[in-house]
Design a protein around this ligand. Structure first.
Ligand code: AMP
Length: 588
């Protein structure tokens, strides 16, 4: 297939704001695409070459891309640079320059999808001292043979700024529309949730239909989307929602790890699918040694422990370990324990569709528990009083709160979904009305007074997982200490964007824009209707969105979360609902 066909589709996707229309554009395209290339096409529509859990990302420096554009279009470097400053979008620059070149009717070979994939792979994998040269030459070669539209998307893809609105959910809708029926949509989504590989799902459904999709299962080496918890504002409501009886576990404050234990090797994935194995070599080794199965997938929370007292330490200590250079030293200085809480797979058996208590029993008996491999503390709870009592002991053990887990027959491991089978209740809820938010930084305002010359406040957004867009909820200017104010440029400037990123909906205009990448944890007093913020715009009230009042940075950069994993707009709508419920005096 020609890459121009793909570029035209991207252009059509970009020019519509309607998710329904995007779905049908994609469905129509998937139907006529070459089946053998569908997998790559799906990755490319998200600006990638492979699923996120495979190491490597495209992120070519702007400077190199400008040079490649100059070379391919026969323009001087300074002309390309000037246009880049003017437009702020290398995609547009390449498009304009290449279109001038085309008018000069230079002959070139047509670009195929296969050649683009090969070129981009060379760019992604280039390493060592010649790597800059290799990247620049490879891109220039691709640009030389591309038309204006193809040039636009090539440059956005290599710089990691490819967002045409092909969010996971839209692609899954389109796959159902192209190859199956609406009723099959949940099954298709499950296949994605248990493999985290949308390209694999696309290829499977196009070649083997729904029978093949049904056969997709959990397997070691392919991370499973994590199950997430809902929240409720009191223990009494948690117990009631669970039908009066549930399991409660301590909610540990560490890093969630999904361990894929193979016969000879172990891989640890974070909840954002990063490979964390090199950060916890001791845990990987202990899990293999203590596992009674040949193969297994389990989940647990890695928590730092004070070597002197044996007490659990807060989250920051585990992050500290991740950043340490000498791993041997770190293993000694910051001992870590894993508290296991779920079993997803063992020796050919998919446990995700079994009820919670069975999974827990299988987990416990599947390991020789001891030392740094432990089970989470769990108790069966049959009343609010018992729940309160367990919560108090969790706080006493320096945990964040509790995780209530349904013990009903349908209490399966629901990969990738947030639901009431798990409900979290944290210590913070007793002080503030709401849970903390994990928000993406999308802009910054220059500081004044003491903060002159630095960023003084940030524009923060939540993620709408239906539309794949980031919508603003607050301007954040509190909770930054001097060290963080100084560190901000290094943290954020790599994602500077000259114009509002196409994935961001905002009415407030900051001094600088950022592509959503950095996630910060924020606490706030209240969620209110807002005329200026765009989260859930028009959902609750015509002309109003939802904003959060008195936001404060907690000091925690959530580098374990991708921007797509930050608090969602629908969660904020739900939290708003919980608040109204409280102030109506309907709850205790
Ligand atoms: P939150 O990040 O606030 O949405 O809370 C969910 C996170 O709590 C999970 O992703 C885990 O990292 C963590 N966690 C700590 N203890 C447990 C537990 N016992 N069961 C499940 N998750 C837990």
């Amino acid at each position: 297939m020609l890459y121009s066909d793909l570029a035209e589709t991207f252009d059509r996707l970009e020019s519509t704001g309607s998710r329904l229309e995007m779905t049908s554009i994609l469905a129509e395209f998937f139907r006529r695409a070459d089946k053998a290339e569908l997998r790559s096409i799906v990755y490319l529509s998200q600006g990638k070459l492979h699923p996120d859990f495979v190491p490597g990302v495209l992120g070519m420096a702007d400077r190199l891309v400008m040079k490649a554009i100059a070379k391919a279009s026969g323009n001087p470097d300074d002309k390309v640079e000037k246009l880049t400053v003017e437009t702020g979008d290398l995609g547009q620059v390449a498009e304009a320059m290449i279109s001038r070149k085309k008018q000069m009717a230079l002959f070139s070979e047509e670009l195929t999808v296969a050649r683009v994939v090969k070129g981009l792979t060379t760019i992604e994998n280039a390493e060592g001292k010649d790597s800059q040269d290799v990247k620049q030459k490879t891109l220039a070669g691709l640009l030389h043979d591309s038309g204006p539209l193809e040039a636009r998307y090539l440059c956005r893809t290599v710089t990691g700024r490819m967002r045409v609105g092909a969010a996971d959910m839209t692609i899954l809708d389109a796959l159902a529309e192209a190859f199956a029926t609406k009723e099959d949509r949940p099954t298709i989504e499950r296949a994605f949730n248990v493999t985290c590989d949308i390209g694999l799902v696309a290829e499977t459904i196009a070649n083997g239909g729904m029978d093949a999709v049904l056969a997709i299962g959990v397997k070691v080496g392919s991370p499973v989307k994590v199950m997430l918890a809902e929240r409720l504002p009191s223990i009494a409501e948690v117990v009631e929602k669970m039908g009066g009886r549930c399991a409660m576990e301590y909610k540990y404050d560490g890093i969630r790890v999904q361990a894929h234990i193979g016969r000879d090797s172990v891989k640890l994935y974070s909840r954002r699918l990063e490979d964390l194995t090199s950060n916890f070599p001791d845990i990987a080794e202990a899990l293999r040694a203590r596992c009674r199965h040949g193969e297994a997938i389990i989940e647990g929370e890695c928590v730092a422990v004070d070597p002197e007292t044996g007490y659990m330490l807060p989250f920051q200590n585990v992050t500290h370990r991740r950043k340490k250079h000498g791993m041997d030293e770190a293993v000694r200085d910051v001992p870590v324990r894993i508290f296991m809480f779920d079993m997803l797979y063992a020796d050919g058996r998919d446990w995700t569709s079994e009820p919670y208590l069975d999974r827990r029993a299988a987990l416990e008996s599947g390991f020789e528990i001891g030392d740094n491999v432990q089970m989470t503390t769990m108790r069966m709870v049959g009343s609010p009083e018992e729940g309160e009592d367990f919560f108090a002991s969790a706080i006493g053990a320096r945990c964040e709160g509790i995780m209530a887990k349904s013990v009903a027959p349908d209490s399966v491991y629901r990969a990738g979904s947030r639901g009431f089978l798990w409900i979290k209740y944290k210590k913070d809820y007793q002080q503030a009305l709401t849970d903390s938010f994990d928000l993406a930084v999308v802009g910054a305002f220059y500081g004044m007074g003491k903060r002159a010359g630095r960023y003084g406040a940030l524009l923060m957004a939540a993620y709408d997982n239906e539309t794949g867009r980031f919508e603003t909820v607050c301007k954040l200017g509190t909770g930054f200490d001097d060290a963080f104010l100084d560190a901000m440029p290094a943290l954020l400037d790599g994602t500077l964007s000259e114009t509002r990123p196409s994935s961001v909906d905002a009415e407030m205009v900051p001094d600088v824009w950022f592509d959503p990448a950095v996630v910060l944890e924020v606490v706030a007093a209240e969620i209110t209707l807002s005329p200026i913020h765009t989260a859930a715009k028009d959902v609750l009230k015509e002309g109003a969105g939802l904003g959060i009042r008195f936001p404060r940075f907690t000091g925690r950069v959530r580098d374990d979360k991708t921007p797509e994993q930050c608090t969602t707009v629908s969660e904020i709508v739900e939290m708003y609902g919980m608040q109204v419920h409280d102030s109506d005096g309907l709850s205790e």
